[in-house]
Write a protein that binds this ligand. Structure first.
Ligand SMILES: O=C(O)c1ccccc1N[C@@H]1O[C@H](COP(=O)(O)O)[C@@H](O)[C@H]1O
Length: 212
């Protein structure tokens, strides 16, 4: 099965070129200051100024309106990813205020966690299922941690969704097969060090996810 691919946490031109050349469908820009993949809105605009035909996704963690406004003033984002504790009410308000499609992240540790997605069905455009972060992590995502993909097997979701969490070129095909994901998102698994993307790993990941 072939899946769409989002390469997240891009911080330099070479990585962006590598992702586009390898066939990425989405480019992820992390607007969360604690992340080793953080970029300012100004830098994100500079990095993506010549990007065409690939969707740009802004990743935010409990961001306030002023910061969302600042980001969207600097560059056009096709999708806003919310990786914090944003409530359904907050997601609804952001979607109304900024008129950009929104993707809410649901952290999965067990099958029971799928119920947390339901309140977002009416207010989000998409969902992303990621692993729960390790207890002492500073980051709610981007931790190279995966979860039991079979939790998503046969899951009936009314929204389009992506799978993330600890994916690599070596495990993504199996993750897609087991979970039924039609889109996958990766950050750590295509890096040589936290925040440093590796062109060969990006190409291998996309090849594996698309079965090409
Ligand atoms: O990548 C980050 O630094 C990050 C920071 C804060 C929240 C989410 C972040 N990344 C997202 O986490 C998942 C899983 O990433 P990984 O492949 O396990 O490293 C993915 O959705 C990233 O977009």
């Amino acid at each position: 099965m072939s899946a769409e691919v989002k390469i997240c946490g891009l911080t330099d031109e070479d990585a962006i070129d590598a992702a586009i050349d390898a066939g990425a469908d989405y480019l992820g820009l992390v607007f969360f200051a604690k992340s080793p993949r953080f970029v300012t809105p100004d830098r994100a605009a500079e990095l993506t100024q010549f990007v065409e035909g690939v969707d740009k996704v802004g990743l935010f963690v409990d961001a306030e309106d002023a910061f969302l406004d600042e980001a969207l003033t600097h560059l056009r984002l096709d999708l806003l990813q919310f990786h914090g504790a944003e409530t359904p009410e907050r997601i609804d308000a952001i979607r109304r205020e900024f008129a950009v499609p929104v993707m809410k992240v649901i952290a999965i540790g067990s099958a029971e966690d799928l119920a947390k997605a339901e309140p977002y069905f009416a207010v989000a455009d998409r969902l992303l299922f990621d692993a729960k972060p390790p207890k002492n992590s500073d980051l709610p995502g981007g931790n190279a941690v995966s979860f039991d993909w079979s939790i998503l097997s046969g899951y009936k979701c009314p929204l389009q969704w992506m799978l993330a969490g600890g994916l690599t070129a070596d495990n993504v095909a199996e993750a897609i097969r087991i979970s039924g994901a039609r889109a996958v998102d990766v950050s750590s698994g295509v890096e040589s060090a936290p925040g440093v993307k590796d062109a060969a790993k990006i190409a291998a990941f996309i090849k594996a996810a698309k079965g090409t």
